[in-house]
Design a protein around this ligand. Structure first.
Ligand code: G6P
Length: 366
């Protein structure tokens, strides 16, 4: 009801603004890295596993794709990420030493539960879920779990569930790195410090809402949009495109920026807004030349840049600056403006933001 919404117009907007609290609750009590955060049997299981298999759907799948970058770069563990509805129906080669990780807001998604059972039936017994509902089927079915504390998510388009999943997956990355002897005490302390600063960092990004509203008014008149990201931020671009599709019904696609020249560049005209996730990381110079390719074809750029990334606005190039560069955790910050862009574009188009057509919050049938 209206009382619960407080100053917000929709649950989605309320849930976007709850993210500092959701992340802080999810990480509450985490003062150091220890396997027991994931369950009593975690110590033994983490010692045994040599790879990770992530199974999920929708937004949770994109959290999994993001985690692959963290797990391979920080914990040095090979990772496969599979769409649950595909994995369950294809022949694959089981590895009994793999940690099977399901990611699910509801813990009741039929495809993800079936994929988990399929993995187990092939002899993979080490299972862990990152889930927002402690009483769900997924938590009961898995040996280990980490419960995100996003709280009830009402909006069909997932927001705070996604960022809390990312926080939990970063914690899992650090824990596996430690189990494999790949995390020094100094690294542990500095990662924990960065995680603890996340709620404040997210609040600073949420303050960009007025600038994003101005962009959304332009987006509302478009029928197509392209989202670009590189590396860790490619899955974030995918999630930004999904959010826009789900609630504003604008067709959106995401591409890793270096792949643009192999196809989607053909779509670029002055009618095509190109949203770019541009953190100031090792790929920034490469990304800038990808952006020039778009500009040269008349595409209009909407760039989310970090404060110090030396990308400036000019004809056809609009820039919103995030307050700071946040290293590996930057992905969690960069998805926030994409959520707000989708929300305000949908609002401007007058769609039913919290209950988009044809979609359900939790898909418990195949
Ligand atoms: C539905 C929801 C999505 C969600 C997906 C997976 O499609 O609309 O927002 O990402 O299911 O749900 P889960 O509960 O497993 O994370």
């Amino acid at each position: 009801g209206a009382a619960e919404l407080g100053p917000y117009r929709h649950y989605m907007q309320k849930e976007i603004f709850e993210q500092p609290r959701a992340i802080s609750d999810t990480l509450e009590g985490v003062t150091g890295i220890m396997p027991e955060l994931f369950g009593d049997k975690a110590y033994g299981i983490f010692k045994q596993i040599d790879s990770v298999l992530i199974l999920a759907c929708g937004t949770s799948y994109y959290a999994g794709l993001t985690a692959k970058y963290w797990l391979e770069s920080i914990a040095k563990i090979p990772v496969n990420v599979e769409i649950a509805s595909e994995y369950r129906y294809r022949d694959s080669v089981p590895n009994p030493n793999s940690l099977v990780v399901t990611i699910s807001q509801s813990g009741e998604t039929a495809d993800t539960l079936a994929a988990l059972k399929h993995a187990r039936s092939m002899g993979m017994q080490h299972t862990l879920t990152i889930c927002n509902v402690s009483t769900s089927a997924m938590v009961r079915e898995c040996a280990l779990s980490y419960i995100t504390r996003a709280g009830v998510e009402v909006g069909v388009a997932s927001t705070k569930a996604f960022t809390t999943q990312l926080a939990a997956l970063f914690l899992l990355t650090l824990t596996l790195a430690q189990s494999k002897g790949r995390l020094s005490e100094e690294e542990e302390a500095s990662h924990i410090k960065a995680m603890r600063h996340l709620p404040a960092a997210i609040s600073a990004v949420l303050a960009l809402e007025p600038q994003i509203i101005a962009w959304a008014e332009e987006f509302a008149n478009k029928e197509n949009a392209l989202f670009l990201g590189r590396g860790l931020h490619y899955p974030i671009a995918l999630e930004g495109a999904l959010k826009l599709k789900e609630i504003s019904y604008i067709h959106a696609e995401a591409y890793p920026a270096g792949e643009l020249k192999h196809g989607p560049l053909a779509l670029v005209t002055k009618e095509m807004p190109v949203v770019t996730v541009a953190p100031n990381d090792a790929l920034i110079e490469k990304l800038k030349s990808n952006l020039q390719e778009v500009r040269a074809r008349g595409g209009e750029l909407f760039v989310f840049a970090d404060a110090d990334s030396h990308i400036t606005s000019s004809e056809g190039v609009h820039v919103i600056r995030l307050p700071e560069h946040y290293g590996q955790l930057s992905a969690i910050l960069h998805v926030i403006p994409l959520q707000l862009l989708a929300y305000h574009s949908a609002l401007a188009r007058g769609t039913d933001v919290d209950k988009p057509r044809n979609l359900a919050k939790s898909v418990t049938v195949e």
